[in-house]
Design a protein around this ligand. Structure first.
Ligand SMILES: NC(=O)c1ccc[n+]([C@@H]2O[C@H](COP(=O)([O-])OP(=O)(O)OC[C@H]3O[C@@H](n4cnc5c(N)ncnc54)[C@H](O)[C@@H]3O)[C@@H](O)[C@H]2O)c1
Length: 392
């Protein structure tokens, strides 16, 4: 592949979320869709509707690698979570760069093996589909909290995301034993990590569903946590405490999806607040399609105190759309494709922001929440990192 050639990518898993990826792949001049893999052969009969010739539809990664006339450079794995580890491994062993959808894997051991494999292939670029971090909202919070310290040194985070996701979950999700931690929570953990520049070091959680729920798996998580800067994990003076409540069986909500994320420091707080009234559309419009998971109408408000602690100012903050200072204003999955392409061109010397190594630290928290709930213990995350840090 020459640097001015597009990156030839195949989509593995021709489902709902892959369709959104296809929109971005089509729109990005540096990428070209050259094939689709799916185990559902009935779906494969419709690949031409995805702009892919019939002969470029494959039932497995292996057949795609063997029969594709175009050289394949990368794979997007957008299949059910329990297939990610195996399919990502197969793709990397073919020498392909990979974007794997969240959750990264089903177990900590699988994700650790993926990080190890990525380390053994530094020339290969990896990425996990936590695109929320590359949206104006989280970019603005990152700049204000982490870079500009608008509220002073961060001391506490309170995060709550409530939605009602139906009386039953459809498809493969219905069978997950911990639906919320597996399917949703990593987005929140990831945006909290991204916007604060901190890692989660302690996790104490309850994972459950309401007694009336017909879901098979848990729909809700309540978690107390501690975060710390990289390299300062054992320095209690640097710890930032927090609470998180994520829920897909929320009822009596004023809007379809309500997010409250609050960041507190000595000078004041920065808060995401949901609209008081039900908005007309569920999701914030994006440049190409609605940004699923980004509720419309939510406001970012900065509250600053005076020296006596009384409120001095309450100001609605305009969200900044120059995510990561991108010259073309790319956000969301479009930014991720661009980031990946740049890293591929650089031979993997730099990895995408959501590479396996980084994403593992978000994924890990979702599994530790389940483990903490099961055992009743507070868990120290850094002992599970590839380069472990013992508990102080
Ligand atoms: N990042 C996000 O915001 C976001 C949003 C939605 C879904 N997702 C993730 O995307 C992934 C797919 O979710 P979805 O809602 O699109 O699911 P889906 O059920 O709509 O599609 C999954 C597809 O994978 C195919 N498949 C199953 N096993 C396979 C295998 N072994 N090899 C090849 N194909 C296989 C299925 O036939 C189906 O076509 C999940 O990991 C999900 O968590 C991420």
């Amino acid at each position: 592949m020459r640097n001015d050639d597009p990156v030839n990518i195949i989509i593995v898993g021709m489902g709902g979320h892959a369709h959104s990826w296809k929109t971005y792949i089509d729109a990005h001049p540096g990428w070209k869709l050259v094939g689709i893999v799916d185990t559902d052969t009935e779906k494969l009969e419709h690949v031409t509707q995805w702009g892919v010739p019939e002969e470029c539809a494959y039932p497995s990664i292996e057949t795609a690698a063997r029969w594709s006339e175009e050289e394949i450079d990368a794979a997007l794995i957008a299949t059910p979570i329990y297939t990610h580890h195996l399919l990502a491994t197969e793709a990397i062993e073919q020498g392909w760069h990979v974007i794997v959808e969240k959750n990264m894997a089903s177990t900590i051991e699988q994700a650790q093996a993926m990080v190890k494999l990525a380390r053994a292939h530094p020339e290969i670029c990896t990425s996990i589909g936590t695109q929320y971090r590359y949206r104006p909202l989280w970019w603005t919070i990152r700049q204000m909290v982490h870079e500009e310290q608008a509220i002073g040194k961060l001391s506490f985070v309170q995060a709550k995301s409530m939605a009602f996701s139906g009386t039953m979950r459809a498809g493969w999700r219905a069978w997950l034993d911990n639906i919320y931690p597996q399917d949703m929570m990593c987005h929140h953990v990831d945006v909290i990590r991204y916007s604060t520049g901190l890692d989660f070091v302690k996790v104490q959680a309850q994972v459950f569903k309401p007694g009336w729920s017909k879901w098979l798996g848990a729909s809700s998580v309540i978690m107390n946590f501690v975060m710390a800067p990289r390299g300062q994990e054992t320095n209690r003076d640097e710890w930032v405490h927090g609470q998180y409540h994520g829920d897909w069986q929320g009822t009596g909500l004023k809007t379809g999806w309500e997010d409250w994320f609050e960041f507190y420091g000595p000078k004041g707080s920065l808060r995401i607040e949901p609209p008081a009234e039900r908005p007309k559309s569920a999701w914030e419009p994006g440049p190409l399609m609605p940004l699923a998971g980004e509720p419309t109408g939510s406001k970012l408000v900065l509250y600053l105190d005076d020296d006596s602690g009384a409120n001095k100012e309450a100001r609605v903050i305009e969200k900044r759309s120059d995510v990561q200072h991108h010259p073309k204003g790319y956000i969301d999955q479009m930014y991720m494709l661009d980031d990946m392409q740049r890293c591929i061109e650089g031979g993997g010397k730099q990895q995408p922001g959501t590479c396996f190594e980084d994403a593992y630290r978000s994924f890990l928290v979702t599994r530790l929440a389940v483990e903490s709930s099961r055992t009743g213990k507070t868990l120290w995350a850094p002992v599970y990192w590839p380069d472990p840090v013992p508990e102080p």
